[in-house]
Design a protein around this ligand. Structure first.
Ligand SMILES: NC(=O)C1=CN([C@@H]2O[C@H](COP(=O)(O)OP(=O)(O)OC[C@H]3O[C@@H](n4cnc5c(N)ncnc54)[C@H](OP(=O)(O)O)[C@@H]3O)[C@@H](O)[C@H]2O)[C@@H](O)CC1
Ligand SMILES: Nc1ncnc2c1ncn2[C@@H]1O[C@H](COP(=O)(O)OP(=O)(O)O)[C@@H](O)[C@H]1O
Ligand SMILES: [K+]
Length: 509
């Protein structure tokens, strides 16, 4: 389960943004680079010593500052009484003065396999934010030896060989058990394949100045809970938000039921399900708490009047009738509108729909739907989801939740929000429908579309964590524990029980 500090603000940075933050901290505060390195390496040494307290530690050292971190860590562990050996991968070692006179045995890259074989734990200090392209030969050799050693590897800042901006691994790449990343999680650690190679991700505070600007940020529990409107003790159903859900063509009642369940489990005062007569018996039996309206009567347009938010699209159909109906719904009110699934396919077919409506809008595409909306391929979307989410937000002048691992929320002029709550148990048809309903409920309580989307991702992800990790988790199981996820802010902290941990994310398995 992901664990956070109590911070509402944890940035997610590209390698360039990280370097800019380094240098602006050094420039503005006068703190020497060596002090930042010392703090970073000592924090990483604490993590290594806490998780792997016994046996020899072999430290792989590159020639840049990532290697500098590795030398400081090696010296620190040696001073703490640990048995340490270094493997030199670069043509030169970082400044030996970093060792403060401690004598650490150093072997060349060719001796890596033997050195790792004789160690209990390996530390990867080969490449960090300054790396470009695939690791070159001596580095590649050391990485192969690391991966072949069957020893746990703790990566410093990122697993060497992973592009810390894109998550790509163009050549050999370290498979880490744990990554200790400095100052803020790097974007490439949260994107696959980087996310898979990073193992458990521990982000530690190392003394950077407060960040300015609109970089991407994690959706933290503290942030999501602080957005959540309180339930007043004198609440009544009219004040808790009425969500209209347009979903499920004939024979596809499930999508409608799941979205309605999501809305009610997230605290909507009322859910109105707009779906064809053929689905009536099913939706009213499955979800008697919701109201039903026949999509093919004039009532379907009337129900928008009392609505605080509208969710349209899950399995609603993509034929001409559905397009005409969606068009009427979109123009029929000015309350926030969420478009998902089939409604996104219809929007891709008729982008003019956007110009004909005048209301806060949120799109929640998965990469396939995003590809249709941007006329590009799924491959292009997943290669740079941050760019795709931003392009959609710009193109449709609205908030966008791009589903994926991780799911992102973008809106022009605001920093992208990155979701790390949840797990692969959510990869079951129907979870998107529940999510749409959850966000609908949050919109109906007055949250801005981008905030509702981000909070909806967090609470659904958190519910999946509470529901457990086993296979076969149903969307309704996730929905059932939503009230618990909404009620309790998780206690901050990590099982590492060390100060300064910003984020402790389990390995993606
Ligand atoms: N600055 C700070 O405040 C703080 C920074 N910190 C730490 O510094 C790290 C960034 O350090 P950095 O900028 O020195 O880059 P780094 O990742 O060590 O790589 C550069 C070296 O790798 C080499 N190299 C590059 N590509 C390669 C390839 N494909 N294959 C092989 N070699 C390759 C390149 O060689 P060159 O190309 O120049 O020959 C150069 O020698 C950051 O991740 C964090 O750990 C912390 O201490 C906290 C404070
Ligand atoms: N591996 C995963 N880790 C975290 N969240 C996931 C994972 N797989 C799916 N999800 C989430 O589950 C939801 C599935 O939505 P979607 O693809 O629209 O499914 P459907 O339309 O079939 O209900 C999205 O919010 C997605 O981000
Ligand atoms: K590294």
């Amino acid at each position: 389960m992901s664990r956070f500090s109590g911070s509402t603000d944890v940035p997610v940075l590209t390698a360039d943004e990280m370097r800019a933050w380094d240098s602006s901290t050094i420039r503005r505060t006068g703190i020497p680079e060596r002090v930042l390195m010392e703090t970073a390496a000592r924090a990483a040494a604490s993590v290594v010593d806490r998780l792997y307290p016994h046996g020899r530690v072999a430290v792989a050292v590159g020639s840049g500052n990532n290697g500098g971190d590795a030398l400081v860590l090696a010296r620190t562990l040696a001073a703490w009484g640990r048995d340490v050996i270094a493997v030199q991968a670069g043509s030169r070692m970082p400044d030996e003065a970093l060792l403060h006179g401690w004598r650490i045995p150093v072997v060349p890259a060719e001796g890596a396999a033997e050195a790792f074989g004789g160690a209990a734990t390996i530390v990867d200090g080969l490449l960090g934010t300054g790396a470009t392209g695939a690791p070159r030969e001596a580095y590649a050799l050391v990485i192969r030896a690391m991966n072949d050693s069957a020893r746990p590897v703790v990566a410093l800042d990122g697993p060497s060989g992973v592009d810390l901006t894109t998550g790509a691994a163009p050549g050999e790449a370290v498979r880490a058990a744990v990554t200790v990343t400095f100052g803020a999680p790097k974007r490439g650690l949260l994107l696959f394949p980087g996310r898979g190679l990073a193992g458990r991700i521990v982000a530690v505070e190392v003394g950077f100045a407060p960040r300015e600007g609109d970089a991407a940020r994690l959706i933290t529990p503290a942030w999501a809970h602080q957005l959540l409107p309180a339930v007043p003790p004198d609440a009544h159903k009219g004040r808790m938000g009425r969500v209209v859900i347009v979903a499920g063509r004939a024979g596809m009642a499930g999508a409608c039921v799941l979205a309605g369940t999501g809305a009610l489990r997230a605290g909507a005062g009322m859910a109105v399900l707009v779906t064809p007569e053929a689905n009536r018996v099913i939706v009213q039996s499955a979800l008697p708490e919701a109201l039903y309206t026949d999509r093919d009567t004039a009532d379907a347009m009337e129900v928008q009047r009392g609505a605080a938010a509208v969710v349209a699209g899950p399995a609603m159909g993509t034929d001409d009738d559905s397009l005409a109906f969606l068009d009427a719904i979109a123009r029929g009110s000015d309350v926030p509108l969420l478009l998902d699934a089939d409604a996104l396919t219809l929007l891709a077919r008729d982008p003019g729909l956007r110009e004909r409506m005048d209301r806060p809008l949120l799109l929640t595409p998965h990469p396939g739907e995003a590809g249709r909306l941007l006329s590009s391929s799924i491959k292009e979307i997943t290669a740079d989801p941050f760019a795709a989410a931003a392009a959609l937000a710009e193109r449709f002048r609205c908030a966008v939740l791009l589903k994926g691992t991780p799911s992102l929320v973008a809106e022009t002029g605001r920093g992208t929000r990155v979701n790390v709550a949840g797990h692969a148990g959510l990869a079951t048809g129907g979870n998107g429908d529940v999510l749409g309903g959850v966000i609908g409920a949050l919109l109906a309580r007055g949250m801005e579309p981008a905030d509702a989307a981000a909070a909806g991702l967090y609470f659904s992800g958190r519910a999946a964590e509470l529901a457990g990790r086993g296979r076969g988790l149903l969307p309704t199981d996730v929905a059932d524990v939503l009230p618990d996820a909404l009620l309790k802010v998780p206690v901050p902290g990590s099982s590492l029980n060390l100060p300064g941990i910003l984020l402790d994310l389990p390995a993606a398995v």
